[in-house]
Design a protein around this ligand. Structure first.
Ligand SMILES: [Zn+2]
Length: 228
């Protein structure tokens, strides 16, 4: 008996076309709004229970221009690191994404960006304190900065996840960029945007005086309020 391969192998992918399209949108949007330049950054989304009952992720490929990237270029990888689908190499920071997913079951998506004001504070080794509402609502607290080290291995990923902790949704990699997480890709992207906007305002406000720092637990969000 012969097995006939499906005409379009992606139609039975663990990652739906909608998920792949949302990732591609966020990749292109990250360049448009100045969170990344050229092929910088990477994005992944958790695919619960799709790898023999365990979770997998779909992640952007390594070194592909976003304007040339297609939904079929993304790579599906088990949380154990097994490449399950895709013809291209996964992002070089795959081991870091995996460590963050392993530590935090609540994390459904990861957005890595290399935006300018995050990197100004990261190069100074400074923590990013929340001074804007969006930052405190989405990142949920001060974002710590890791000292510089090369970022493509699991040890780095474990330290990155440990420094982020379980309550905050982002961490700065000194001299490199930001890793933001969320319970959806939409929220992880909002975190990356909010931290960059906050970093710029924090830097400018600190130059002019002493900014008022917000504390997540002190924010009284009215019952039923829609978030900005
Ligand atoms: Zn990077």
């Amino acid at each position: 008996m012969t097995t006939v391969a499906p005409a379009n192998p992606r139609t039975d992918s663990r990652a739906s076309r909608a998920v792949r399209e949302e990732i591609l949108y966020c990749c292109r949007e990250s360049v448009r709004v100045g969170l990344n330049f050229n092929t910088q950054g990477n994005i992944s989304v958790r695919l619960p229970g799709t790898h023999d009952g365990a979770d997998a992720i779909v992640i952007t490929p390594s070194d592909v221009r976003y304007d040339a990237m297609s939904v079929d270029d993304m790579v599906v990888v088990g949380l154990d690191g097994t490449v399950l689908e895709g013809d291209l190499l996964p992002s070089t920071e795959l081991p870091v994404h995996l460590e963050h997913y392993l530590r935090r079951p609540d994390v459904q998506a990861i957005v890595h960006t290399e935006s300018t004001f995050v990197n100004v504070l990261g190069a100074l080794g400074r923590r990013i304190d929340p001074v804007l509402l969006n930052m405190v609502l989405y990142a949920k607290g001060p974002v710590e900065t890791m000292p510089f080290e090369f970022s493509t291995n699991a040890d780095f990923g474990r330290r990155s996840a440990e420094l982020m902790g379980d309550a905050v949704n982002a961490v700065v990699w000194g001299n490199h960029g930001l890793l933001a997480v969320g319970t959806s890709l939409k929220l992880a992207f909002k975190v990356a945007v909010a931290v960059e906007e906050n970093a710029e305002v924090l830097l400018r406000a600190s130059a002019a005086g002493t900014p008022n720092v917000l504390v997540y637990d002190d924010i009284d969000v009215p019952e039923g309020a829609r978030l900005p």
